[in-house]
Design a protein around this ligand. Structure first.
Ligand code: NAD
Length: 488
């Protein structure tokens, strides 16, 4: 049979398209459509939100978010209840799971972090703003972005995921996670568990998704994905810089190096106990945790005695040197300079292990080590995340604040002061301008533990949103009705 010209062109076009599709389309598909079963099944609800492919995980979360929208605020509340209840119920099991995988921190504190998850704010946090006047009524309300890609740290893998879900879903969003590879399996297990319950109670699939084997490539894929509307990064400088350069809007909960100042008016025993409580929490893995202490000369020796009474064990200068050489190595940057690199194996190690590495023994159960250093010491300047606190003698308050500010590196993250002098408090508040500033308490008072307020494991320091809440993950939308609606 001969073809007329139109048929020939059409045949060429079809052949060209098929060539471009390559081996994605088999020759038989040109004649008859295959049944749907021939399309490879996507890893979707059967693995409850755990995906191989970042873009597929994000796309699935888009569908999950659409389903959530249909269920309104009641649906959001139910998801939040599921996450809060499950974290409390599984605190011990998941605390163990996370410790076994990450091998950093302390079991009791991993459990405590999960037990605290129910205290986070939910949908009640979203407050619309109304205006009424001669020209009608206006309502400003909070609406979701869509899907948020959340990057979580190894220091609190499940707690950060849980707290992100609560805030992001309260705001009406779906979530896709790229966890730290060192804590990805436990985060995936939590996502699976949440999704099973969400699916059975609400019938929503893949509201929360996660990349099973996260990499920098999967992070880049999420940054580039059309299905992702917003990034939320919780981590150190590398990932914060990468997110800020991605071209997507990013909420960045970045690194810190929180200093503590102790002045002459402080209750020294309480200051010592607070510094140990906050600085030894989960072996100093908290980004808000006390990392270095500046003590005024007039009370310096008394403070060291108080620190020992409270249970901290002192390293001498030889032991400090031995430990410092193991904690920090130096890496050439290629331009003739070198910079310190933290030995990751010792991050979150306990005080006994650090003492062993320093060449000494401390009593079992010792929570914190300390050593006298100068202000330029690596333990002061680097965010070391270990329960070994350097203590620096300063001659007056001006020097204390100046050195505290230098050691904080302008992160504007967290700082603490122990003082009864409001002038000193004000001066430090202005100089450091940190997102959390705790007076006369442990750092955790800034997250509602021993202080007023609520908690979150993502404190948006770099981009300035502060302690993240449902509000943080909403767009502000104005709805205006122009009319003569005067009621008066
Ligand atoms: P990290 O920066 O090594 O990793 C954080 C996340 O970013 C992980 O998911 C990791 O896989 C990813 N990542 C790292 N570098 C990347 C890059 N170049 N491109 C793409 N992704 C990258 O941090 P960590 O050790 O997991 O956590 C500790 C750090 O996080 C500390 O600096 C701490 O202060 C900070 N932190 C901040 C907050 C906060 O609320 N501000 C909370 C917890 C931890």
């Amino acid at each position: 049979m001969s073809l007329n010209i139109d048929e020939a062109i059409l045949k060429n076009v079809v052949e060209d398209v098929l060539r471009k599709l390559g081996d994605k389309v088999s020759p038989e598909t040109t004649s008859a459509p295959k049944p749907a079963a021939a399309i490879p099944a996507r890893k979707s609800s059967p693995d409850y939100g755990v995906f191989d492919c970042a873009n597929e995980a994000a796309a699935a979360s888009v569908e999950g978010q659409k389903a959530l929208r249909k269920l309104g605020f009641e649906g959001r509340k139910k998801v939040i209840d599921i996450v809060k209840t499950t974290c409390a119920d599984k605190a011990e099991e998941w605390g163990r799971l996370e410790l076994n995988e990450t091998k950093i921190g302390r079991l009791d504190h991993k459990i405590a972090k999960l037990v605290g998850i129910p205290n986070l704010p939910g949908v009640e946090w979203l407050t619309p703003r109304g205006m009424s006047g001669d020209h009608g009524i206006t309502l400003e309300e909070n609406t979701p972005f869509g899907v948020v890609a959340a990057i979580t740290p190894v220091t609190h893998s499940i707690p950060t995921a849980a707290c992100n879900i609560i805030s992001m879903v309260a705001a009406g969003n779906g979530v896709v996670f790229n966890a730290h590879p060192g804590g990805a399996a436990c985060a995936a297990e939590a996502v699976r568990t949440f999704n099973k319950l969400i699916e059975s109670e609400l019938g929503i699939h893949n509201l929360i998704t996660i990349v099973e084997h996260p990499t920098i490539d999967s992070f880049n894929a999420l940054c580039a994905s059309e299905h992702v509307n917003l990034l939320c990064v919780t981590g150190g400088p590398g990932v914060v810089n990468a997110a800020m350069k991605s071209g997507k809007r990013a909420i960045c909960a970045g690194p810190g190096n929180p200093p503590v100042v102790v002045d002459t008016t402080a209750d020294l025993d309480k200051a010592a106990r607070d510094i140990i409580f906050g600085g030894a929490f989960d072996n100093n893995l908290l980004c808000i945790g006390e990392k270095q202490v500046f003590v005024l000369d007039a009370v310096y020796d008394q403070f060291l005695q108080a620190f020992k009474r409270a249970g901290a064990a002192q390293l001498n200068s030889t032991q400090l040197d031995t430990l410092t050489k193991q904690v920090f190595t130096f890496k050439e940057d290629g331009g003739g300079c070198s910079h310190p690199v933290l030995e990751r194996e010792l991050v979150g190690a306990d005080a006994t292990t650090l003492a062993d590495r320093a060449g000494t023994k401390v009593p079992a159960g010792t929570e914190m080590l300390f050593a006298e250093t100068d202000a330029s010491h690596l333990f002061v300047q680097e965010e070391q995340m270990m329960p070994m606190i350097p203590v620096v003698r300063v001659s007056n308050m001006d020097e204390a604040i100046e050195q505290a500010a230098i050691s904080e590196h302008g992160y504007k993250h967290s700082s603490m002061i122990h003082s009864l002098n409001v002038v000193n408090m004000g001066a430090m508040a202005r100089a450091l301008d940190s997102t959390l500033f705790v007076k006369n308490g442990a750092c955790v008072a800034g997250l509602g533990v021993g202080g007023e307020g609520y908690s979150s494991f993502s404190i948006a320091t770099t981009t300035g949103e502060g302690i993240t809440t449902p509000d943080t993950f909403t767009r502000r939308r104005r709805c205006v009705l122009v009319d003569n609606l005067q009621m008066y």
